[in-house]
Write a protein that binds this ligand. Structure first.
Ligand SMILES: [Zn+2]
Length: 346
């Protein structure tokens, strides 16, 4: 029998260690890509679901992104859908906010202005300060898209209890919902149009089909309520990337027919993610509202979103406590549009 020396033992030990290192290395190299793949698959699946939801015509959210805070964390993925023109709008909003902040600072420093060595500067600061103090409360327009739904009655009740008027961009519904069109008008809210079917494919198929959708809804609302609606919100917003035909065609149609359209510059995200809590919806809206001059707030009146109804009282309380004026859209409302109607010649 061969005699095992100490040197042999040491060598075997070394070989064992090398073996372990090599096995460990291959193990890590195999497991890591598997974990990564599973993670990416889940991520892709989530994004696909979101995309399906938007393309099915239920989401109005993709086209506008808060200029300051990402609503849901992964807006990077949504950003690529943004129309370049909105990016410029967002850019403007940012500079407006900067301006507003400067004005606030000017007010803050008003008391110190007299001590300033630069007389011209202090005069300017004072003037800006006076202007700001004379300015009325910031205005907020609450809007509800896609209704009427089984929750329209609850929304109207909450608005009535708070003596708040809002705007409803409705779609065409059957007789069961006519009472809500009527209540919206009777209770002093603004009745806006949001297309008859809200079916992106049909609505944005051609200027003709777009016109038919508007006419059909306008005459239905007139028959039921006696009011001819003259305001519209594009499903997906005027900046939507769903329509293959340029949005200018539809804007030209609206201009011709004297119909104003309104997009939004604040949103709750209620149609993006149904798991958002009422508190989160209010937080999302307030983040935008606090950064805007005037705000048109996008919410949804949808059977599948009850959190919006639950959040409404809290939202109204928060807005009122921060001194905002809540108004329905009318002819004095600033035209908040992702794609301006003035860019289209008649
Ligand atoms: Zn909609």
């Amino acid at each position: 029998m061969e005699k095992i020396t100490r040197a042999d033992l040491a060598r075997r030990r070394r070989i064992n260690i090398y073996k372990k290192i090599i096995i460990g290395f291959f193990f890590v190299m195999t497991i890591t890509p598997i974990i990564l793949s599973v993670f990416l698959m889940v991520k892709v699946h989530k994004l696909e679901k979101k995309l399906d939801y938007v393309l099915s015509g239920n989401g109005d959210y993709l086209t506008y992104r808060s200029s300051h805070d990402a609503l849901l964390g992964d807006t990077e993925n949504e950003n690529y859908l943004l129309d370049p023109s909105i990016k410029s709008v967002l850019g403007n909003t940012k500079s407006e906010t900067k301006l507003a902040n400067n004005t606030e600072q000017a007010v803050d420093t008003e008391g110190l202005a007299d001590n300033s060595t630069d007389a011209a500067d202090s005069k300017e600061i004072k003037e800006t300060g006076n202007k700001t103090s004379k300015k009325k409360a910031k205005r907020v327009y609450l809007t509800f898209d896609d209704g009427p739904s089984v929750y329209t009655g609850q929304i109207l009740d909450i608005l009535a209890a708070n003596d708040v008027k809002a705007t409803f961009f409705v779609i065409g519904k059957d007789k069961d919902y006519y009472e809500y069109y009527k209540r919206i008008v009777a209770e002093g809210h603004t009745l806006g149009m949001h297309s008859y079917t809200h079916d992106y494919k049909k609505l944005y198929a051609s200027t003709e089909s777009f016109g038919e959708e508007i006419e059909e809804l306008q005459s239905l609302l007139k028959d039921v309520t006696g009011v001819e609606s003259k305001i519209f919100r594009f499903p997906g917003g005027s900046s939507n990337s769903v329509s293959e035909l340029s949005i200018d065609n539809y804007i030209a149609y609206l201009n011709e027919h004297g119909i104003n359209y309104y997009d939004w510059n604040a949103l709750s995200g209620d149609a993006v993610d149904s798991s958002l809590t009422p508190e989160q919806l209010v937080d999302n809206i307030m983040k935008d509202v606090r950064n805007n001059k005037d705000s048109i707030v996008l919410m949804h009146d949808l059977t599948k979103v009850h959190a919006t109804v639950e959040s409404l009282q809290m939202l109204i309380d928060t807005l009122k406590s921060e001194g905002y004026e809540i108004l329905p859209i009318d002819e004095n409302t600033p035209l908040i549009q992702h794609v301006s109607c003035n860019t289209v010649e008649e």
